[in-house]
Design a protein around this ligand. Structure first.
Ligand SMILES: [Zn+2]
Length: 311
């Protein structure tokens, strides 16, 4: 079966120079939603909060040729690097730009441009309380998503089905009030710190964008999705339809959420394909490197239509 998709051909990136990165670290994140990235990394490295901030080993003014360097963040780069000496400067810069040197939910900003693609909603960027996506359509039963999300999902579902894989939508668009009640209901059984690792506070939920979907296979068991054939299929193929698996084991320190193999986000063809091609593991990193800042050779990123054979 042939499926036509748009493929992004990414030119050589003279500026891409990730050597080591933060994803190599592992830790028990399940009770750590309110601790800062510094604490998490610090704990892993065994330095914690007791280490005094001192002059950085890296003079970050030397890195101003990195295209996503922001001069106004210089002192934060230095401080963050000093506390996290094992993180490569190239990573320090985008992490700090993304505010990951601050505790989650600290100095969060209201999103001004809600039409942008991809739309970054996380613990530092929240949606206006009166926000409702403009083009909501029904996706499955009584669930709603934006028209683009629904269309991309339909195509993905059909192609999965052709391979004998069943994918169902468990949850899609949620209003801010619904999310508020949901978050509150979790607080009955778990502490705020724990709830923050698996549920978003109202305004901070991707489900509020109408672009996020929670999936299940034929057993309708969302929690189990990552271990199913359908979960595996989505992990491998979602990018071809403009989706990403948003919360993974590898990016939990960036997103502040535990791995959620069932939660996919529509980011559009270009973002999904570049993230796939460049092995970019979080939407936060993508936004810093391809939206807020663009590589010098960004114009060499060409799109063309190719045919991919699905088995
Ligand atoms: Zn979700």
């Amino acid at each position: 079966m042939l499926k036509r998709i748009k493929m992004v051909i990414v030119g050589t990136m003279a500026t891409a120079m990730l050597c080591t990165n933060v994803y190599g670290y592992s830790n028990d994140f399940s009770h750590r939603s309110n601790v800062s990235f510094i604490e998490i990394i610090g704990n892993i490295l065994g330095i914690g909060q007791t280490v005094e901030t001192k002059d950085a080993d890296h003079d970050f003014s030397m890195y101003d040729d990195i295209y996503y360097y922001e001069p106004e963040n210089l002192s934060r780069y230095t401080k963050f690097s000093s506390k996290n000496p094992d993180i490569a400067p190239e990573d320090v810069i985008w992490l700090v730009n993304a505010n990951l040197d601050r505790d989650f939910y600290t100095k969060s900003e209201k999103i001004k441009d809600t039409e942008t693609m991809p739309l970054l909603v996380n613990k530092y960027n929240y949606l206006p309380s009166n926000y409702v996506p403009e083009n909501l359509v029904y996706i499955e039963d009584d669930k709603q998503a934006t028209a683009e999300t629904a269309e991309a999902f339909k195509e993905m579902k059909e192609n999965a089905e052709a391979e004998g894989i069943e994918i169902n939508v468990v949850s899609a668009y949620r209003s801010i009030d619904y999310q508020k009640d949901l978050y509150k209901s979790y607080l009955k059984t778990d502490s705020k710190k724990v709830v923050d690792t698996y549920s978003a506070r109202a305004g901070y939920s991707e489900h509020h964008t109408g672009r996020a979907l929670d999936l299940a296979s034929d057993d309708w068991d969302m929690d189990n999705f990552g271990d199913t054939e359908a979960g595996e299929w989505v992990r491998k193929n979602a990018w071809k339809y403009g989706f990403i698996v948003r919360y993974t084991e590898e990016n939990k320190n960036i997103t502040g959420y535990k791995s959620e193999p069932w939660h996919i986000t529509y980011v559009g063809d270009e973002a999904a394909e570049i993230m796939h091609t460049k092995d970019i593991k979080s939407l936060e990193e993508y936004v810093e490197k391809y939206v807020k800042h663009k590589p010098l050779d960004y114009n060499n990123v060409n799109t063309e239509t190719i045919e991919i054979e699905n088995n």
